[in-house]
Design a protein around this ligand. Structure first.
Ligand SMILES: *Cc1c(COP(=O)(O)O)cnc(C)c1O
Length: 371
């Protein structure tokens, strides 16, 4: 296999699922977000492992993502979080996906597609309690739930909302989340009072899982946490069970070569050897998802030691300074980020990005190896 690959530590995924279970207790279900190809980890393999570890639901953003998971023979319930296109509805129905619906027009369309196929399809109603994205207005929630509940081709399988600042520890944000949750709770009880069974009630993303224990309802919907990252970097609660990054970006030293004092390294000659030294060339670059902005500002882990990256990160390669004497040999493994070393969160922090962007940024040309 090529040198640069993403090692996916499935044991760490299982560990993180256990940690989530420990936080929420035995009752709520867990739905893992596997959108964006499982946050770059590979949706199919992550789904298989998570389901085996007791996760009950999967969530994707696109119908095409759900189709890939179904094609692998996975029959678990799959929520489609984003708005499906009208022409995708026959596929939503035939694949038994569970769309989140926000409006009457789409409810009619999905009911029509179900009727056409001679089926009854489960949908969840999404309520906008303050995220300002998909979801119906809170005042329309009960009537839309009633419409679904009484629809001949529809089941109301659940009611959901999404929290916009659940990962924030700023007091105003905590208040905002509490308000979102209390609006949501009110809506659910109005439904019940109107004789409507809301089905599975769910709201919590990773932030809520960690910081809002009143957000679990019947199911949680985390992504980030299960991939091994705490939602508020560096501000973890002491009581938070330890979680472990699932993805490691690994490469190899493909050339060790001596360079003279004063040699310039890489494009833009941004680094000059201060002494005679050994240089290691590593075939990982920004086209693999190793952000170029980390040029001269990252380290790579080889043989149990950390070596500074020198010069610009190129499209396909980068270089490290191995020092004037080195035990590093050609074909040694080189970890660019991963568990127990610099993590995607550390890189994101430095770049003012979020760890999601680092993980999703690991390109398709990087094969995933599951261990
Ligand atoms: C992505 C997503 C989640 C999971 O979010 P994390 O921050 O990764 O836990 C949950 N719900 C919805 C609607 C989402 O889009």
């Amino acid at each position: 296999m090529q040198a640069t690959k993403a090692i996916i530590h499935l044991d760490n995924l299982r560990w993180n699922i256990k940690a989530a279970r420990k936080i929420i207790g035995p009752r709520p279900k867990i739905c893992i977000a596997v959108k964006a190809d499982g946050y770059g980890h590979g949706a199919v393999n992550i789904s298989l492992c998570a389901l085996e570890a007791g996760v009950e639901y999967l969530a994707v953003a696109r119908v095409s993502e759900a189709a890939e998971v179904r094609a692998a023979g996975i029959n678990a319930p799959i929520l489609v979080l984003s708005q499906a296109q009208p022409e995708e509805l026959p596929r939503v129905v035939s694949l038994d996906l569970i769309p989140l619906v926000s409006d009457a027009e789409f409810i009619d369309e999905i009911a029509g597609a179900a009727e056409h196929a001679g089926k009854k399809i489960t949908v969840h109603l999404k309520v906008d309690t303050g995220m300002g994205r998909l979801g119906c207005h809170t005042e329309d929630a009960v009537s839309l739930a009633a419409k679904i509940f009484s629809g001949k081709n529809l089941y109301l399988g659940g009611v959901a909302t999404h929290l916009s600042v659940a990962d924030s520890l700023i007091p105003e944000d905590i208040t905002y989340t509490k308000e979102q949750l209390s609006k949501f709770r009110e809506i659910v009880s109005s439904m019940k009072n109107a004789g409507i069974d809301p089905g599975i009630v769910h709201a919590a993303n990773s932030g809520a899982l960690v910081y809002h224990d009143d957000s679990y309802f019947d199911m949680i919907r985390p992504g980030l946490f299960l991939y091994g990252y705490s939602p508020a970097y560096g501000m973890d609660k002491a009581s938070l069970p330890r979680i472990k990054p699932v993805m490691e970006l690994q490469s190899e030293v493909v050339l060790v070569k001596k360079v003279k004092k004063g040699s310039f390294i890489s494009y833009g000659r941004t680094w000059k050897a201060p002494e005679d030294t050994f240089l290691g060339v590593i075939p990982a670059g920004y086209a693999d998802g190793f952000p170029r902005k980390l040029s001269n500002d990252h380290s790579v882990y080889i043989r149990g030691k950390s070596y500074p990256l020198v010069g610009r990160i190129c499209m396909d390669q980068c270089m490290v300074n191995l020092g004037p004497e080195t035990e590093v040999k050609r074909w040694d493994k080189a970890m660019i980020f991963g568990p127990g070393f610099i993590t995607a969160a550390d890189m994101a922090e430095k770049l003012q990005l979020i760890p999601y962007e680092i993980m999703c940024g690991v390109n398709k040309r990087v094969p995933r190896e599951y261990v």
